[in-house]
Design a protein around this ligand. Sequence first.
Ligand SMILES: Nc1ncnc2c1ncn2[C@@H]1O[C@H](COP(=O)(O)OP(=O)(O)OP(=O)(O)O)[C@@H](O)[C@H]1O
Length: 265
Amino acid sequence: MRPDDGIKKGDPLLVVDDISLSFGGVKAITDISFDILKGEIRAIIGPNGAGKTSMLNVINGFYHPQKGTITFRGQKRSRMRPHEAANHGIARTFQNIALFNGMSVLDNIMTGRITLMKRNMLWQALWRGPAETEEIENREIVERIIDFLEIEYIRKTPVGRLPYGLQKRVELGRALAAEPSLLLLDEPMAGMNLEEKEDMSRYILDVNQQFGTTIALIEHDMGVVMDLSDRVVVLDYGQKIGDGTPDAVRNNQDVIDAYLGVSHD
Ligand SMILES: Nc1ncnc2c1ncn2[C@@H]1O[C@H](COP(=O)(O)OP(=O)(O)OP(=O)(O)O)[C@@H](O)[C@H]1O
């Protein structure tokens, strides 16, 4: 289990402060600030190319912003490496599924435990006892996740043989195996049919409510966003144009204009 960070429910878990990110001449993110409170579901929305995935990549250390800071669990940084973000309790899923197709569901979810494993390969080779105990503990946690996601019947199936909706669920399972303090979901419902979307929404809500996991998600389906999220931040052309409850954002004229494609000049 992760050590308690002493942050109370409703206090900021992550603070993004004045972040800017460019790729050559392309400004992906400009002067963006927002926070994510412990225990909430926070959506990041915006039209295509608005900078949403870039923002997630900054939060988990894939991209290093030219300006600004990120404070996570009270520690302020201008940049972080992906393995540091993972070690500090940030897990994520990807827009395009990134699982090991030839490996079983169980083994894929086990890979989510890697950052939490105390005994490394050398230790395992030298001294099997403690490593075996750890393996059993990891296995128990993974089995609980498999139960929670109701995927017992496919636990031995290679992931590549599963339909898309189930692969997305396995990817969620792998992220949960890291026992994250902050779970980042990049378009968790993309490409799903209505029933799969309803299932995934229920799992996301259950993760949040049963495990108390703080969640930030990018999602294009507005119905899903408005139903699931406590607060929404809206990006457009790399800038923040809205931030608030689903109702506040829905009635924000800048947001309405951005989605209708109203010109900025
Ligand atoms: N690695 C990269 N190299 C160059 N430009 C990039 C890179 N990643 C993103 N961009 C550019 O940054 C801008 C923001 O892209 P980003 O993918 O973050 O948007 P998005 O809101 O996630 O879009 P979508 O909803 O289509 O996934 C775009 O103009 C994009 O072309």
